[in-house]
Structures are given as structure tokens and as C-alpha cells.
Ligand binder design. Sequence first.
Ligand code: SF4
Length: 395
Amino acid sequence: MSSKPNLDTGGSFTHPLYQTLEKLPGVSIGLASLDDLLAWGLTNSLWVFPMATSCCGIELMAAAASRIDLDRMGTIVRATPRQADVMVVAGTITVKMAPRVLKLWEQMPEPKWCIAMGSCAISGDFYRNLYSVIPGIDTVIPVDVYVPGCPPNPEALMHGLLRLQEKVQAIRRGEKVVRDPNPELIAITKPSVPRVCERDRDGDLSRDQADQALRVTADQMCSPIDVPYAPTALQKPVFAPDFAGLLAELGISDAPAEGPPCVPVARHYELTRRLKDLGYRQLVSIVASHWPAGLGRKGKDEAEREHFEVTYLLRTVGKGTRVATWTVRLGVDETIPTIVPLFAGADWQEREQYDLVGVRFEGHPDLRRLMMAENWVGHPLRRDYPIDTPCAPWR
Ligand code: SF4
């Protein structure tokens, strides 16, 4: 698998059979007209594979809708790489997404082209120096046309497609399409990873990217898991007269003036179970935060040491809904019991907090990464995490 473009031909591709026929005496005359016909067909039927990941994707969708109507230039949007000619990358591409984009690009048949739509796809834009975003899709696959803007409107995309048509026609005529870069702009926008079109790009980099792209699906495979969730029969809910009363009954007295009450980690599971029995049957959120030593809520011993705060929110369902929220503080080496046996939805939320903050939920059936790439090192929402952490071979 190689994402290296043919730099000497301007990225063009000629089928080997065509090259053989061209050598036969007299055949070239017939092929000339045939080639015109094929070039006409090719340029007027550029089918698009939509690689839309964020807001620019909406503009891409609008381009295919009735007002712009890309169909009128033969451009049909197909959500499959196999019949696509042009990949339109519209949106921010993250380190986790990049190998998938490369894999889909490799699944597109030759000849193929790429349009980078919007400043995120072109350079990473606002997120360029963020740990999870690659600095432009041209560091992974070769880009033929850049459509600038944040977001570019559908007309701009159409203009980009017209420029691509011109490029394809020139290539079919045998002309070498030479880039016309602005050296100053190239220097200012130089990404942390060399662009695919740069001649001094290290071949090992392309191989590493291709290798990760090939393995990406296998890495994601996992066996079905048994979630130890035991649903209880729905009973007529008996609402707690008051959440504070239940806390008092459980001997939980740490109720700061600001923020939710603090529950000792040892009482947390029991409190959750009691609340569920009392009718708090919807788990709204689990949110963890990381506090380095000396930070955190004032007046607490825990604030003197590095610690996590994990905040839970439950609510009753139906008319007159009520909420119950509390915080559990724990040291960075401590674990907190999972509440998956009580709320199946806690599975996803606990995994997210583990992935991004590093809180370990004891007894969780499948505590794997969720948002970040599988081989990610560290937890990016910890306050001491460097925001521009590099992640080879993507950024
Ligand atoms: S370029 Fe702007 S509109 Fe497009 S994905 Fe990035 S932030 Fe969204």
C-alpha cells in the first residue's frame, strides 16, 4: 500500500493496456479520438466520496442539494470508495481518523483525486497545534485542489471541482500539471509532518502511516463482552423526600457551600443503588476532572495533593423530575467502583472518563480507550497534559 503520488506525471494514471495499444502501428489515430471521448466522460462524471467529518461537511451536503445541484456536472456523491473518483475531505481530521481516511483512499480505484475542502482539511486550522488533530490532510494523502474557507460555501466547492476538471483534462492531454505554490505561504504553513507532495519526505513516514492504516480495523476488533448489568423489575418509584435526607441517613455530611456534596469513595456505590431504588432511574452524566497538587476546591485536604473529582448526575423520570448530584474525590492511584451493574449506560461514560482523564473504574467490564487512538499515550484532559503533544506518524 502506498500513498505516494506520481510526481513526474502530475499525478496522472494511464492504464497499462492503453500504453500497450498505443505502441501498435496505426492504432494511435483511433485512440486519439477515443481518448478525447474518454477524457470528456471522465471529466464530466467525477463521482465524489464524501469524507465529511465536521462543519464543512454541511456545506458539502448543501452542494449536493437542489440549489447548487452538483449532479448537473455529473458529480454524484457516493458513500463508497469503490466507485469514487474524487475524495472530498471536508472537516477536521484527527489522529484517530487519519488512518481510516488513508485506508479509504487506498480503496479508491485509480485514477483518483483529492480535494481538501476548508481550512481544517487544508492545514488543521484552529486545531493545528492540538494533540489530536493532524496538520492538514496533505500530510497523509496527495491533494489536487485546495478549497479555502471556514467553511467554504457550496459555490466554492463547485469552483474547486471545475478547477479539478481543468486539471484532469490537462493531464489527459499529456500536459504536465505543475504546482504553483507561494513559497512564503509554504514556509509559514509548514506542518510538523512533511506533506506527501514534498520530495524530501521520508519514505519510512509513508510506510508507517500505511502500516497503521492497514491495521486499524484489526486493532479495533474486540470480542463481545458480558456487561454485568442486572435490570431490576420496575417498581412504583418511591421518591426520596429530599436528597439531603438520604445523605444524612448514609452518614455523608461533607456538603460544601459551592458545588455538589462530596461522597467518600466507599459510600458511593451504596448511594447510587439507594437513589436508583428511590426512583432516580436515569444516569445523566459522569464527568471527571483532574487537579494537580495545590489546586481544587479550597479547604480540603485533597486539594493539597494531586487528585480526581468525579461528579455524577442522576434524575427521576416523568412529571416533576428531580436531580441528584454528588462528587467523589480520589487520589490518582485510587480506583472507584463501576456503576455499570446499576446503570448499563455507565459503560460508555466511564470508558470516556478513563480515556480522557485517566480515572480507573474498578470492575468495569471493558475499560478500553474510546475517543483516542488505540495506541495513545497519556490522558489528554489532565491538566498537566501538553496541548501540542506530537503523535508520530500523524502529527
Ligand atoms: S474549516 Fe471551519 S467550518 Fe470547516 S470544519 Fe474547520 S472549523 Fe468547521
